[in-house]
Write a protein of this length. Structure first.
Length: 674
């Protein structure tokens, strides 16, 4: 039978009922007219949140303001339904509410912007409605409810928390501060392994955003509650969520590195072709790093605010349900390994904890500082390590010789060395931390000099040494590598004066490095492991005397005039003991060489001369070598963390998908609970 449709005509696509309702609603029509059960029926329909957002996105600021009353009504109806015991309707109401927040708050519109709180809830009803919503969300998170519904609650709360990229301008968050009842149920979810494995990441992310809302003001109750939290289960759960995310990143990197190393000669043969894909590989790694921005801020907030959290840094994770495979020993295999099944032990049997995972993570991300985003990520890592190295209790754990861990630090491929990582063996965490700083110092000596990162890195070394001096802790460390790295840094500064010094106040960094050497000279006998180590320090200073002589000459030139005059003068004064050592021992060594008719002396011969001439050496007592300015976020890093939180909010929002809800699972879980 011939079609009655005219040529070229098509059947009009039938729209879902919920889509028709959205379109009518945003045209300003009274969608409930003539149907007393409209609102009851509406939330039985499966929401199409993406359609709801797109309909709101089409509206101009004026059109949106004209719909203020119906928007307020729809928001209030969502809150009413969320508070009902009909869980499927409550789930649909949460999805709709999230779509409203997204459509009103996250869409850029030309012209003057109306207050989002007024458009969504109404200023007069905001405190009441948001209080009702927060109270019900707390009940759903804490009670015996389906996990799918809990996930929707957390998504809705994340939508509210991420409603504005400038978190301090998010008016909706003000009402979450007034109703701080969400903290306890979120912490409860983190305390139990079963709920943590499902909701842990969202819980930690939500707490992080709540803590960062006007965090410098005493009115933020989440800052107070997180800072005084002493629930061991909750803190361990918080720690395990971060450990899981970082360990997963580490394992993927280790597997990828192992795969590239296993190619052998084939890898070398195809290196020219492989270079074509370097950009793609870096982009993939950048996306993986970006995915961990939230947990990195969460780690910082916990370390910075809560002293009780420090104890969890070195506790081995025992929760198989939330612990990803460990990256340890993956580099030694011929093929990229598959992750062990849940509950299976790590291949080496070595314990994994947050600080181990974080140090390994730092060794990966600090390889790239070419972009501003990569530099900011490394800066954030160093801020965390600065807080860690300042804490007395954490230092005691890191220096405990009975508390050893396998920490595989990854190394940046460079021209003068192979790209392979060093063999890892059990060691105190302080040793791994110092190795990490040495690696950064040696691998970033470039004309695009990251001064701020170097100040942080060397500052971490200084803090660790101050603890060792203060507590007389003798760490069995290969100190020569640290001394060599610091001397290489000074040599680079002097050799690249035009490229480095004139663009930066490099003298502050040089002063810090020289003071570390002064700390070894003045107090090294209290914390160096053996008297021989102290002798080796003098040997290295004498061997590299030209570096210090050139540094002194440079500081003299700048101490006469210029913007860095004062810093250059301080550097000149701080070099007094190092110059005294070089000037005292060099003639002694030269005289011994002539007396014994030897033009080239061995290290042992030089050390003999040094030991026999200690008593005639005169040094100046320098004070405040073990003093440093304690870390404070404000004002130096306030703008930095504001930008970081903006990035976290963007990443959080891009990860939310309110349409992806397994309704069948929700119904099954509801039936099981009933």
């Amino acid at each position: 039978m011939a079609s009655r449709l005219r040529p070229g005509s098509q059947k009009k696509q039938i729209k879902e009922k919920i889509v028709q309702i959205y379109e009518s609603f945003f045209k300003g029509e009274d969608v409930a007219a003539g149907n007393a059960n409209f609102w009851d029926e509406l939330f039985l329909l499966r929401p199409r949140v993406s359609v709801l957002e797109s309909e709101l996105a089409r509206l101009s600021s004026e059109q949106l303001s004209a719909l203020k009353v119906p928007l307020n009504q729809l928001f209030a109806r969502c809150v009413d339904v969320v508070r009902e015991e009909h869980l499927l309707r409550a789930a649909h109401a949460l999805q709709t509410l999230s779509g409203l927040v997204a459509g009103v708050c996250r869409q850029p519109r030309p012209g003057p912007q109306s207050d989002a709180v007024d458009l969504l809830v109404g200023l007069d009803a905001a405190e009441r409605e948001m209080g009702r919503l927060c109270g019900r969300c707390a009940e759903l998170l804490a009670g015996l409810y389906p996990e799918t519904l809990r996930s929707l609650v957390l998504d809705a709360l994340l939508a509210v928390a991420a409603a504005s990229e400038d978190i301090n301008r998010n008016g909706l968050l003000e009402y979450l501060m007034i109703n701080s009842s969400l903290f306890e149920p979120v912490i409860q979810l983190l305390s139990h392994g079963a709920t943590r494995s499902v909701h842990g990441h969202k819980c930690v992310l939500l707490l992080t955003l709540l803590v960062n809302y006007r965090k410098s003001e005493p009115a933020n109750p989440y800052v107070v509650k997180l800072s005084i939290l002493d629930d061991e289960l909750a803190l361990n759960g918080y720690s395990q969520v971060i450990t899981a995310a970082l360990s997963d990143f580490n394992w993927k990197y280790a597997a990828q590195t192992c795969d590239s190393q296993s190619q052998g000669w084939l890898s070398s043969l195809t290196s020219m072709v492989g270079n074509m894909f370097v950009a793609d590989e870096l982009a993939t790694r950048s996306e993986s790093i970006k995915a961990n921005h939230g947990v990195l801020v969460a780690l910082y907030e916990a370390v910075h605010l809560n002293r009780n959290f420090i104890a969890t840094l070195t506790q081995a994770s025992t929760d198989a349900s939330s612990q990803p495979p460990s990256p340890q020993s993956t580099l030694d295999r011929e093929q990229a390994p598959a992750p062990p099944a849940a509950g299976q032990p790590d291949p080496l049997g070595a314990p994994v904890n947050l600080l181990v995972a974080f140090l390994q993570y730092c060794s990966i991300v600090m390889q790239d500082t070419k972009s501003d985003a990569a530099t900011n990520n490394v800066r954030q890592c160093f801020i965390v390590l600065t807080c860690v190295s300042e804490d007395q209790y954490c230092n005691s754990l890191m220096h405990d010789p009975n508390l050893v861990f396998v920490v595989r630090l990854h190394r940046l491929p460079m021209r003068h060395r192979k790209a392979t990582d060093r063999p890892a063996h059990p060691q105190p965490l302080a040793t791994a931390l110092l190795d990490l700083t040495v690696e950064f110092i040696m691998s970033h000596l470039m004309k695009r000099f990251p001064l701020d990162l170097y100040l942080q890195c060397v500052g971490i070394v200084h803090r660790v040494l101050c603890y060792q001096k203060r507590c007389r802790v003798r760490l069995g460390y290969h100190w020569r590598e640290l001394w060599s790295a610091l001397m290489s840094l000074l040599k680079f500064i002097v050799s690249n004066e035009n490229a480095v010094v004139k663009r930066n106040n490099i003298f502050e960094l040089a002063i810090l490095v020289v003071n570390i050497f002064n700390l070894f000279i003045t107090y090294g006998d209290t914390f160096l492991p053996t008297p021989t180590s102290y002798d080796e320090l003098y040997y290295e200073l004498i061997r590299m005397h030209q570096v210090f002589s050139n540094l002194y000459s440079m500081s003299l030139r700048y101490s006469n005039e210029g913007e860095h005059r004062e810093a250059a003068m301080r550097l000149t004064n701080n070099l007094v003991n190092i110059r005294a050592i070089c000037n005292h021992f060099s003639p002694k060594i030269e005289a011994w060489s002539q007396a014994n008719n030897q033009t080239s002396l061995t290290e042992d011969q030089v050390l003999d001369v040094v030991r026999s001439n200690y008593e005639s050496l005169t040094l100046k007592l320098q004070e405040s070598l073990d003093q440093y300015e304690r870390y404070a976020e404000s004002p130096r890093y306030s703008s930095f963390f504001t930008a970081v939180v903006r990035s976290v909010i963007r990443d959080t929002w891009s990860g939310l998908n309110f349409d992806q809800v397994d309704h069948a699972s929700l119904l099954n879980q509801t039936s099981a609970i009933s």
